[in-house]
Design a protein around this ligand. Structure first.
Ligand code: F58
Length: 877
């Protein structure tokens, strides 16, 4: 990295030409045209929507960059404790709208400080009151529509689901809360695959999101670190202990090159940084190969470096254990740590103060290698004593767990690991050795404990490193992501650790979501109604979400309910428009009856534990019951009385190699084909699978929901965050007593949520019963399963869905669909009843959901992390 300062005598010239932000429409327009004509080398004769998007983004980015620089300079001068959020996934979505909302220059825009009166005067009649409106008006004058311009931006989809989106919300809240924080991740060339639905099947296509360039990133060619893999540890005679400084003679070397993304906070000039690493070949050159005339191969070997950051692994709640994945992890941890240490060293503080200045949060176990890498740097390179080093390490790191499911817990075979990172394996063995000694000292009589608690798992085909255990041992705090989950990890996967470390090491921070994106940006109509109602035209409530409780007073107010309902209806129409577009212009949704049609949604990754299969079984049950009524001579009107109008929306991706999840997608689509084409039932029931569910689609889908489904088997969904998004947009929830549903219920009140199903404390017993007795299938579910088995949804391949039926009937129904089916159906009936016969009650519940969901702002999460885990404070001015 460079360290060049300009001599004092030259500085006035720099100051004279100091770059300025655009602060009004005129200046924005100037910047826009500059970028079109110079950066893009285009003109008014060939400026399309895409060029307009690029020019707008670059103009906005210029402003952010100026604030980014100031923020970083401020941090350098003030030298506060910093927090580094390490996440292998950042599911950011689009940046432009968010940036326009967050960088508020409305004061300067609205007013024209006029020298004579000194009083602010309106620039022109009806002038914009915020940056977004201002830019919208400017674009209009320049010949574009902001909505179309925004649509040009591809999603930055560098994540799978909840975990990656959580990181994105946190990074927004850290900027908003003025926390000196950086995110560190990987700049994947390909984000999560794009999902096509062909013949009802999921087909994956690559997401080459950087195809048209990326206006938001700053390539920092001056920030590069070499990262080494493979090789061996040099153990000379005088250095026989693995605890003493050792020399790792690496084999392959690649360069980590930094790309920075500005992260603006809301109503603050604070702009934080998200630094993503790209792997590049080194400029080193293999003389041996070259001399032997093998030039081509030596170049090809170099090019392979780039494959490290080529692709995001597309699994959700499943760990695969591929070498390239481990390479990604080390590449990222090593580069990030060296960058953090370089910054720390500039302060010239001694090593022991490191944990006072640096907090590193591990988003799941994926960055756990950072623990080992810091220990290696301190012992091998900085020559600290092992124990002094370990003390620094454990005070620096904290770890967030996101799952208790065995198949999602990361483990690495020691063979593979030691081949790639021989010195790190030694260090892990030594960490484990000291740890087990302490355990043995404390519990000398518990003989099984050591093998249970060991970081190295023995007994299988090959020894494995348990990354979650390593993360617990290497951190000073471990948190779960919702109360129930944080309690569960203490009694299940980390039970022994609670015994050893005591309970205070384990804590809870319930997840949250950023209300800027998930309310203001996704649901402008609701935002407008709320700001009007709270008499908060500046949108300050978005920084203080508990202020929404004031809406409770209006929950029964008929006039307010009407306005509230209008917002929902318009959002439902907006979604219907999207579905029509996706469907090649054919309308599936009956717009005439949209008021009376319940929009029921389940959008999230497809996974057996999330139980999209339970949902579709419920749909089939409903359909069959409607058909029976008709067969018995009932009129459509009578059917509607019993089964009011409903559209069941599904959306979500399956991991490409997850057979059962893919089959569930196919089943949903096949059921949709049958139901949507059945003229007998008219438009009373529709099933829509929305392909390519992603952040920007979620922003349209979520505000349109009447009801959403969060129906995981109790004890499996650590938190869930879409439940919060739906509640914040006035959608009601049908859900199990799982994850954050529990706290949502507490906040919004149990009258305002539809809970059903078995509780987590009963799951183990129920599963046990299924294993040793034949699974009893409730009568109504049995009808559904038989209908599937008869091939009614797959006439050309009658057995197609047998594996789904078999998981329940033959393989022990691990996710307990049979146990929860009847209560699910009964609860759906209650939903129908309230929606169709007590609409005012429904709207009241919807208002109360929004009024009481303030707790789920990710700003609150960041405050909790800051106070209880990181010990960092906001740096305001
Ligand atoms: C999710 N985990 C949890 N993991 O399932 C969800 O309940 C929670 O709300 C969310 O984290 C945020 O805390 C999750 O999304 C992954 O996608 C991993 C990706 C890498 C492989 C292992 C799963």
């Amino acid at each position: 990295a460079i360290d060049a300062t300009i001599p004092l005598k030259s500085r006035s010239l720099w100051q004279k030409h100091q770059v300025k932000k655009f602060e009004n429409a005129d200046q924005f327009e100037g910047r826009f045209i500059d970028h079109v004509e110079t950066t893009l080398a285009r003109s008014l004769y060939n400026c399309d929507d895409l060029a307009a998007y690029e020019a707008t983004s670059m103009a906005v980015r210029d402003n952010l960059t100026i604030d980014w620089n100031k923020t970083q300079q401020k941090f350098t001068t003030r030298d506060p404790k910093r927090i580094y959020y390490l996440s292998l996934e950042f599911l950011m979505g689009r940046a432009l709208d968010n940036a326009l909302i967050n960088m508020d220059i409305s004061d300067k825009n609205e007013t024209d400080v006029n020298g004579a009166s000194g009083k602010p005067t309106k620039k022109k009649e009806g002038a914009a009151t915020n940056t977004k409106e201002m830019v919208a008006e400017s674009l209009d004058e320049l010949g574009f529509r902001l909505e179309d311009v925004i649509e040009q931006e591809p999603d930055a989809a560098l994540g799978n689901g909840g975990l990656g989106r959580l990181a994105a919300c946190f990074i927004d809240s850290m900027a908003t809360e003025n926390i000196p924080a950086w995110g560190y991740g990987l700049r994947y060339e390909y984000g999560i695959f794009a999902q096509k639905i062909i013949d009802g099947y999921q087909v994956e296509t690559p997401d080459y999101w950087l195809n048209l360039g990326n206006a938001w990133e700053i390539e920092r060619n001056e920030v590069q670190f070499p990262v080494t893999f493979y090789g061996y540890v040099d153990r000379s005679e005088k250095n026989t202990s693995t605890l003493a400084p050792s020399q790792w003679i690496g084999g392959e070397r690649v360069l980590a090159c930094a790309y920075d993304f500005p992260v603006p906070g809301y109503k603050t000039s604070n702009v934080n940084n998200l630094r993503l690493w790209k792997a590049k070949p080194t400029t080193e050159f293999d003389f041996a190969k070259f001399n032997s005339g093998d030039y081509q191969n030596s170049v090809e070997a170099q090019q392979r470096a780039e494959s490290i950051t080529a692709c995001l692994y597309p699994n959700d709640n499943f760990e695969q254990g591929k070498e390239l994945r481990l390479k990604q992890q080390y590449f990222w941890c090593s580069a990030s740590l060296h960058d953090i240490i370089r910054r720390y060293k500039k302060t010239k503080r001694p090593w022991r103060e490191f944990p006072d200045q640096v907090a590193i949060q591990l988003n799941d176990t994926h960055p756990t290698l950072a623990v080992v890498e810091l220990q290696r740097i301190l012992v091998d390179l900085e020559k600290l004593d092992w124990h002094d080093a370990w003390d620094i390490v454990t005070k620096t790191f904290a770890y967030t767990n996101h799952t208790v499911m065995q198949e999602a817990l990361e483990k690495w075979p020691v063979g593979l690991f030691g081949h790639l990172l021989p010195r790190h394996l030694e260090i892990i063995y030594d960490i484990n050795w000291f740890f087990l000694q302490d355990v043995a000292k404390k519990f000398p009589k518990d003989v099984d404990l050591l093998s249970r608690i060991s970081i190295i798992e023995e007994g299988g085909q090959e020894r494995q490193i348990r990354m979650a255990f390593l993360a617990v041992v290497g951190s000073h705090k471990v948190n779960g992501v919702a109360e129930l989950h944080s309690e569960l990890i203490k009694t299940t996967i980390f039970g022994d650790f609670v015994k050893f470390f005591g309970p205070s090491k384990f804590t809870n921070v319930t997840n949250g979501i950023t209300p800027r994106r998930w309310l203001k940006s996704a649901n402008p109509a609701l935002d407008k109604l709320i700001s009007e109602t709270l008499q908060d035209p500046e949108g300050n409530y978005l920084l203080d979400m508990p202020a929404l409780t004031k809406l409770s007073a209006l929950a029964d107010d008929k006039e307010f309910q009407k306005k509230w309902y209008k917002v929902k209806k318009d959002n439902k129409i907006r979604l219907a428009d999207l579905i029509k577009k996706l469907n090649g212009g054919v309308d599936i949704i009956d717009r005439e009856h949209i008021d009376d049609t319940l929009f029921d949604m389940q959008v999230k990754r497809i996974h057996e534990y999330k139980r999209q299969q339970l949902n579709i079984f419920g749909v089939i049950y409903r359909y069959l019951a409607m058909k029976t009524m008709i067969a018995n001579g009932a009129s459509l009107k009578e059917v509607e009385e019993k089964f009011p109008r409903k559209v069941s929306f599904f959306g979500g991706k399956s991991a490409p190699g997850y057979y059962m999840a893919k089959l569930i997608i196919k089943l949903i689509n096949s059921v949709g084909d049958v139901i949507n084409n059945d003229v007998e039932i008219g438009n009373l029931l529709k099933v829509v699978f929305i392909p390519e569910y992603n952040v920007s689609k979620a922003e349209i889908i979520i505000p349109a929901s009447d009801l959403s489904e969060h129906i995981s088997t109790a004890g499996t969904e650590a938190s869930g965050t879409s439940n919060m998004k739906f509640a914040m947009n006035g959608g009601l929830i049908i859900g199990t007593v799982d994850g954050a549903n529990v706290e949502i219920t507490r906040e919004i009140g149990e009258d305002n949520i539809f809970l059903f199903g078995n509780l987590s404390e009963n799951v183990e017993e129920l599963r046990y019963n299924h294993q040793y007795q034949e699974t009893p299938i409730p009568e109504d579910l049995d009808k559904v399963l038989k209908h599937i088995e008869e091939g009614n949804f797959s006439p050309e391949n009658p057995n197609e869905f047998q594996p789904i039926v078999d998981t329940i009937k033959a393989h022990g129904d691990y996710y307990l669909c049979s146990d929860d089916f009847d209560s699910y159906i009964a609860t759906q009936e209650l939903v129908d009843q309230v929606f169709h016969t007590q609409r005012d009650e429904w709207t009241k519940k919807s208002i109360l959901s929004v009024a009481n969901c303030g707790f789920f702002s990710s700003d609150r999460c960041i405050q909790e992390y800051s106070e209880t885990i990181w010990n960092v404070e906001p740096v305001k001015k």
